[in-house]
Design a protein around this ligand. Structure first.
Ligand code: FAD
Length: 510
């Protein structure tokens, strides 16, 4: 039967069983369409990165003698949506059967379900063969439970997939090494220089510039830094294991001006596009530890494995359990707009300037910058989670709805009221100073709560707790903060709240 198989831009799984056999009756189709470039204002590196990786994947398929139809963004026959292009191809090629892989995004899942049911030809859906868990596994695991503790899901994943286990127990007798990890970077410590690729993607950048697609951020299209195929992804993995894994856990929460990726893997783009699999990433890390436990201590390894088979799978499970409602949750009823400098980096707050500037430059910030710098600020400033989501969904090379929204709306903005996290991730300048070297050279004074040059995080922090006492004071993990707040002199409270009010009213000039 003449069969059409759709491959989405984040389904570049070189090891998928679809490609095991060459079959001339099967046509693979891939397409660059405006529905995908326009659902958010993406970073230019993100659009270029996806198109480049897709084109390389199509070339690889063709080299393997698979039959491939590739529709480029400016092709005259491109109807700019999956359904329209698919309908045309099905007619033109006399297709009698349609197949696709489960999309990771709720929106596309609906699109393709509707499309399939509208077809008069037969159709079938396949797994992407990428994740450790199925879409609904987390939902089944927590069935009947009110809380969704990541740690218990993580342990179950470890057991089920026999990862660093001895029978039913963790290999070292200990599950969690968080207390050994998360150190501040020593002063003057320079982390390894990141491995950057230098692919020439100028042609794609030029094609995009000929369209009306809106983008943000910068690109050096002659020297594109992100991996765009499986070989580069594997090279980045090997670089990470040799150069970064030995200190990954120790400094996973550290921040330092100008050091934009520290010991992080920057594998999220390769993983989210499926150019590499979480299984091989985890296996390689474990192998390296087994081979050289002096170089890679177990706490570093565990810290990394936890991100991949813990957090990543957990977020995906939450997404499928809670969508589509999740995308609308706004627990605090926050309504404000993001300040303009989120698109320029032009703020006097050193930490935000650094995190935003590097995001515009590289389409990347590491986890703790996303959570405790930009996310923390947005939450303290009462920004509408829709705005926050759009920003994160656009700016990062790895941003795909399933993992962006659960992290942003859930973990970072607490807009889900505590599904993903047990309390909001907010902090004053004290945390920034504890974990980073930002404060020393900042325009603002980390130690001041009010008055000239007081760090905005300090007053906004107390303002946040004061504003949301109805919703938060009963939370056992936060009660202590309210004890501190309640003991403050009323006049001190007033000055603090006035300071916060002043900053919020002048948010664009912070
Ligand atoms: P590393 O620090 O090297 O971690 C290794 C891998 O673990 C990552 O590649 C990633 O696959 C996985 N991982 C780590 N933390 C998480 C997490 N919280 N959730 C899911 N996977 C995780 N991640 C995305 O992939 N896409 C997003 O759009 C995204 N948006 C985020 C928005 C906010 C507000 C926050 C706080 C986090 C977000 N994350 C997102 C999670 C995390 O920050 C990124 O996965 C990570 O920074 C990617 O860089 P890395 O590959 O160097 O990660």
């Amino acid at each position: 039967t003449p069969t059409l198989r759709l491959i989405l831009g984040d389904q570049l799984n070189y090891n998928h069983s679809w490609f095991d056999t060459i079959d001339n009756t099967i046509t693979y189709v891939m397409m660059e369409v405006r529905t995908e470039t326009d659902y958010a204002t993406h970073h230019i590196q993100k659009v270029v990165g996806f198109f480049a990786a897709m084109r390389q994947f199509a070339d690889w398929l063709q080299l393997k003698n698979h039959k491939v139809l590739y529709i480029k963004i400016n092709d005259s026959n491109n109807l700019q949506s999956f359904e329209s292009n698919l309908n045309t191809i099905i007619k033109q090629e006399n297709i009698a059967h349609f197949e696709y892989q489960l999309p990771d995004e709720y929106r596309l899942d609906c699109v393709l379900k509707n499309f399939s049911s509208s077809l008069s030809i037969s159709n079938e859906v396949f797994d992407t063969e990428h994740f450790f868990s199925t879409r609904n596994e987390l939902g089944a695991f927590f069935e009947g439970k009110k809380t969704f503790i990541m740690e218990s899901f993580y342990r179950t994943m470890r057991k089920k997939h026999d990862i660093m286990m001895e029978g039913n127990n963790p290999i070292t007798g200990q599950w969690n090494y968080d207390s050994d990890n998360r150190k501040k970077l020593p002063k003057d410590h320079r982390a390894t220089t990141p491995l950057l690729f230098s692919s020439d993607v100028a042609l794609i950048a030029e094609e995009i510039s000929k369209t009306t697609i809106q983008t943000i951020g910068k690109i050096d299209a002659k020297n594109f830094i992100w991996p765009i195929n499986r070989d580069q992804s594997l090279e980045l993995l090997q670089f990470f294991i040799a150069e970064c894994l030995p200190l990954f856990g120790s400094y996973q929460d550290a921040m330092s001006p100008g050091q934009w990726s520290l010991y992080h893997s920057r594998l999220s783009f390769s993983l989210n596009t499926k150019m590499i699999s979480p299984l091989e990433v985890v296996n390689e890390a474990i192998r390296a530890w087994q081979h050289n436990p002096e170089l890679i201590a177990y706490n570093q390894l565990e810290g990394f494995v936890r991100q991949i088979i813990g957090w990543r799978e957990y977020m995906r499970g939450i997404y499928w359990l809670k969508m589509p409602e999740y995308a609308k949750l706004n627990f605090f009823n926050h309504q404000e707009k993001l300040p303009d400098w989120f698109w320029t980096g032009k703020t006097k707050m050193n930490c935000l300037k650094d995190a935003i500037t590097q995001s515009l430059e590289y389409a990347y910030a590491h986890h703790i910058q996303r959570l405790m710098i930009t996310g923390n600020f947005a939450l303290l400033a009462g920004i509408d989670p829709d705005e926050v989501d759009q920003w994160y969904l656009g700016i990062y090379i790895d941003a795909l709805d399933w993992v962006e929204i659960t992290n942003t709306r859930g973990m970072s903005q607490f807009a889900d009221g505590g599904i993903v996290g047990t309390k909001p991730y907010v902090s004053s300048a004290a945390y920034m100073d504890k974990m980073s070297h930002y404060c020393g050279s900042c325009f603002y004074n980390k130690a001041k709560k009010t008055g000239e040059k007081a760090c905005p995080f300090n007053s906004l922090y107390w303002n946040f707790y004061d504003k949301h006492k109805d919703k938060l004071s009963q939370n056992p993990r936060i009660g202590m903060m309210y004890n501190v707040w309640n003991k403050m002199k009323p006049e001190d409270k007033t000055v603090l709240l006035e300071q916060a009010d002043y900053y919020l009213k002048n948010i664009n000039s912070l």
